[in-house]
Design a protein around this ligand. Structure first.
Ligand SMILES: [Zn+2]
Length: 396
């Protein structure tokens, strides 16, 4: 059986905007510890690799030199940003993207990890069909702009990197983060060889305010940008029905050689930054479908990145479930005591989770009890289904 690559280093924790920022590096540490507590990291099919840091040439595959230089300048001396005009700092120095010492190296490490994940899957002698970089998925970063907690766009760079080596490659990028994958969409907006599909909370109600069905790509890339903007509150069964009925038909039509996914788990019903309604059980179903689709429609190649997720008790559970799916190892629902103790020692201001797959009935019931809300969720799903049939599939 094929192997699974897991790209990891403690250097990931250096990607740290400070203790009042929602993107807390401890979520990666908690995830690694949960995987370890369950014994997943000892699975004989797993290969743990250390990433190599991205080079400047690799960053230039997507970013302009002047932007890379600016990141390096503020990284070496964060004080330099004080007093600079806000429109001259490439999005850095804002509440979302404060500058911190070492940000250049920390961001380059996240990029290097995604490149490593992509390369080990593409090189056939490795017999690795799937690789996971939980520090990646920085999908908002633009060519010239730090945006939405993202400095360098690791996903776009990794996609470009393997396309240099394999020029005829057709790449499918599927983004299930609660936020629109705007940076990756922008990077490939003109490109018919990279299809981007982002499933997210409607941009009228959430950052970055884009990702509408009308955004379809440009020039030769027209038809190859696809967006499913969901109504707030969309819950497991509605989401998964949509996923199951629409994603395979798109993949079948496009016939990618490899599937990249951004597995942001801020779709979680209690995530502090978003308003979707999924549970870890819903995430588990999505990961199982992604595995199946990568095998059936993407030549068995699946390169997975992390992404958003701001509830410390949810992110580790969902990504541990993702790795268990990749390894086809079923985990007991009761979380090992060792991890519960670790969680409590970290003084996280949240209830401690005790079960891996949570039951979302309470939330679903709340939504279903409110007919106005549930009607809007269903109407939007119907509209997306019609859009796939009328517009998306005929143009692929
Ligand atoms: Zn997000």
């Amino acid at each position: 059986m094929d192997k699974v690559g897991f790209i990891y280093t403690e250097d990931y924790y250096k990607y740290n905007f400070g203790k009042h920022h929602p993107l807390q590096p401890v979520r990666l540490e908690l995830t690694y510890k949960l995987m370890e507590s369950y014994g997943l990291l000892n699975n004989s099919r797993l290969e743990i690799r250390k990433p190599k840091i991205a080079t400047r040439e690799e960053l230039y595959l997507i970013h302009d030199k002047e932007y890379v230089d600016a990141v390096k300048k503020y990284s070496d001396n964060p004080q330099q940003i004080v007093g600079e005009r806000p429109n001259s700092t490439f999005g850095m120095g804002s509440m979302d993207n404060p500058v911190f010492p070492g940000m250049f190296e920390a961001s380059s490490m996240a990029v290097g990890a995604s490149i490593t994940a992509a390369e080990i899957v593409m090189e056939e002698e490795n017999e690795i069909s799937t690789a996971f970089n939980i520090a990646g998925g920085l999908h908002h970063a633009m060519r010239n702009l730090a945006h939405g907690f993202c400095i360098f766009n690791d996903v776009s760079i990794a996609i470009q990197k393997i396309r240099v080596k394999y020029p005829d490659l057709k790449v499918m990028y599927l983004d299930v983060d609660a936020h629109h994958g705007d940076g990756v969409q922008a990077a490939f907006y003109d490109d018919p060889e990279v299809l981007t599909l982002s499933i997210h909370q409607d941009g009228h109600t959430l950052f970055p305010g884009t990702g509408f069905m009308e955004e379809r790509g440009r020039n030769r890339g027209k038809g190859y940008s696809i967006n499913f903007p969901l109504y707030p509150g969309t819950y497991d069964s509605a989401y998964i029905d949509l996923f199951r009925t629409q994603v395979p038909s798109i993949m079948k039509r496009f016939q990618p050689d490899v599937l990249f996914t951004q597995l942001g788990v801020d779709t979680y019903f209690a995530d502090p930054l978003t308003q979707l309604g999924l549970s870890t059980s819903g995430h588990y179903k999505i990961f199982n479908l992604l595995k199946e689709y990568s095998q059936n429609y993407a030549k068995g190649r699946w390169i997975a990145m992390g992404g958003g997720g701001y509830l410390m008790g949810a992110v580790p559970r969902s990504w541990t479930l993702a790795l268990s799916v990749m390894l086809e190892e079923e985990l007991p629902n009761a979380i090992p005591l060792e991890w519960i103790t670790f969680f409590e020692q970290k003084h996280i201001d949240e209830p401690t989770p005790y079960e891996l797959r949570d039951m979302n009935y309470r939330v679903e019931e709340q939504i279903l009890k409110n007919p106005m809300f549930s009607v809007r969720i269903e109407e939007r799903i119907d509209a997306i289904e019609k859009y796939v049939v009328d517009e998306v599939l005929p143009n692929l």
